[in-house]
Design a protein. Sequence first.
Length: 298
Amino acid sequence: MLVSTAVTTPEGRLYRCPRCFLGQRIPIPDVAVVEAMYRELPEGGLQYQVDLNTAWALARDVLELDLSRFPAPAILDVGCYDGQFLRSVPPAWRRFGLEPSRRAADVARQAGVEILGPSLRALDQHRNFDAVCLFDVLEHVRNPAEELRLALMALKPGGLLIASTADMDSWTWRWAATTHWYLETPQHVSFASRRFFRWFAAQAGAPIERSARIPHQRGGWSQRLDDAVNVFYFGSIGRREHWRLARGLIRRIPRWRGFVHTSNMATASRLRDHVIVVMRRPTLGAQTGGVVAQETGL
C-alpha cells in the first residue's frame, strides 16, 4: 500500500509505503521507453572522480579489505556505465559489468571490463561473484527490492553486496521536498532509505554489516556550506512569510546573490543525503538472527 505525500513534480506525485518505507514517483514511465532511452545514452555524460565519489571510495576500501584473501576475486558492477569504478580496483581482480548503454558498455570493454548484459535479469544464473555493487541504480528501477534480491542471488555464499542511493529520510529531503535535486531527473522513480534497507535485509535474511549516511561527492567545508544554503533557500519557497524574509537576507550576501536568477535548486551533492549499505549473502547453512546493523562511518 502506498500513501501519498505532499510532494508533487511535473512527472508525478511522490508516494511512500508505510511497511517497507520505499518512496515512488507515480506514474512510473513505461519500461520499454526507459530501456530504449538508456540503450542510447551517450558515453561521457556521467563522469566522476573516483576519489571524490564517496560511495566509490568507501566501497573500494571495504572490498580491498574483504577480498584480499582471494587471489583473483570476481566483482560485478551493476550499471557500470563506462567502467570507471571497476578501473579503480586492483588489476588482478576479475571485473564484470552490466550496462544498458551500448556506447558506454563499449568503452568499458575497451578498459578490460567483461560486459555480461544490460541488467541483472539478463545475467546467467550460473555465474557467481565475490562482490556485487549497485551505485546509484535503485532510483532508476521500478522494484528496488527485486533488484537487491537478484544481486544477492548473483553472489557466492558469503559474498558482499554494496548498494548506494539517495536517502529520502535525510534532512535535505524533508526540507527541500519538491525542489530536492534528486527529483529533477525524470528517470528517478524509486527512493530508498536506511529504513528500507533494514526492511529488505530482514526479509532476505542477509545481515547488514555496515550502513552510513554519506554525501554523493566529497567536498570542502565551503562547498558544503554552499550546498546547505542552497537547500535552505529553495526549500523555503512556498513556506510561510518569514522564510521569504530569510531568502531576501541570503540574496544580500554577495556569495549567494546569484540565487535570484535561478529557478531550480542546483545539485547539493556534498551533503549527507545518500546512504551506503554493505550486506553479506549468508553462507550455506548459516543461521541469521535478524539484522545486525552498524550505522556508523565505514
